[in-house]
Write a protein that binds this ligand. Structure first.
Ligand code: FAD
Length: 260
């Protein structure tokens, strides 16, 4: 059955239940009127119904393709759909305008995220993981890292991931073994294995920015000894251009039911 985003339900919740118009005195909400929200949701629904929903079923049947050297390509039409989403500005909707975003309240982006996930849970992982990595870097990284990575993640030119889970630990991340050794120039050499990394390798974006949990050599055991590192698939030069391929590699694809 084709997906049809329930726009009326979303506008009812945002406008009539939450009364989004009442919050224009709050930071980030100044320019948010119910008319604007309606327009965004109408257009978002069209995108979810017409661009994402049609590729969901064939994409799940075909799945992603892994080739020697860790090269992963998505199912037919997915790269084009991701590019259309990025070019239409949907990925940047709630991102900070100081770092390439449109600054819409996250409640509005969440509504669009729900439509995306309704149309295709698998497809929604790519912008979803990017938004998570963006938020992690935005909240915690140095200004240098933010300037370097966030604007291109906001547009979707570069996607993002979270690399937490390892073969011996999922819930109990205190057992993380991935190790970071300082190189003496502010960078680190990281070694280890991560598993189940959603959107961890693909051909949709020019670069993939992994956020990786690791323990700096000599740090205390358990959760308190962990740090989060930015590990780009392609190293990024001072001028923002792409440099050398980093040495990380996707060793295989997991088979996750419903999100191939
Ligand atoms: C669809 C999907 C996508 C994923 N994407 C990512 C990703 O992008 N990046 C990433 O890093 N990981 C990802 N993961 C991995 C996910 O984070 C782990 O599956 C999760 O952390 C749970 O770990 P586990 O599977 O090893 O289960 P376990 O840790 O073995 O847990 C199994 C069960 O035991 C319970 N349990 C565990 N420890 C305790 C305890 N001390 N006390 C009581 N109960 C306990 C848990 O609640 C759970 O019910 C993904 C997983 C799935 C299914």
């Amino acid at each position: 059955m084709a997906y049809k985003a329930p726009v009326r339900d979303f506008t009812f919740i945002l406008n009539e239940v939450l009364e989004i118009d009442r919050y224009t005195n709050q930071p980030g909400f100044q320019d948010v009127s119910s008319d604007l929200v309606d327009q965004i949701l109408e257009e978002g629904a069209k995108f979810a119904d017409e661009v994402i929903a049609p590729i969901n079923n064939p994409g799940d049947k075909e799945g992603c393709h892994w080739a020697e050297g860790g090269v992963v390509t998505g199912p037919k039409g997915w790269k084009e759909a991701y590019k259309a989403m990025s070019e239409a500005g949907w990925i940047a909707l709630a991102a900070d305008p100081a770092y390439g975003g449109q600054g819409m309240p996250s409640v509005v982006a969440s509504a669009f995220g729900q439509m995306t996930a309704g149309a295709s849970a698998a497809f929604s992982m790519y912008p979803g993981l990017t938004a998570g990595a963006y938020a992690g870097i935005h909240a915690n990284a140095s200004d240098e890292l933010k300037q370097k990575y966030l604007p291109k993640m906001a547009t979707g030119e570069w996607s993002g991931t979270m690399n937490l889970t390892e073969p011996q630990c999922g819930t109990d991340l205190g057992l993380v073994r991935t190790k970071a050794v300082p190189n003496g120039d502010g960078s680190y050499s990281i070694t280890g294995q991560k598993i189940w990394i959603s959107a961890g390798e693909h051909d949709f974006a020019d670069n993939i920015i992994h956020t990786v949990l690791a323990r700096v050599e000599g740090a205390v055991p358990g959760i308190k000894g962990l740090s989060l590192f930015v590990v780009p698939k392609y190293l990024v030069n001072e001028d923002g251009s792409l440099g050398e391929r980093n040495t990380l590699e996707c060793a295989g694809l997991e088979h996750k039911m419903g999100i191939h």
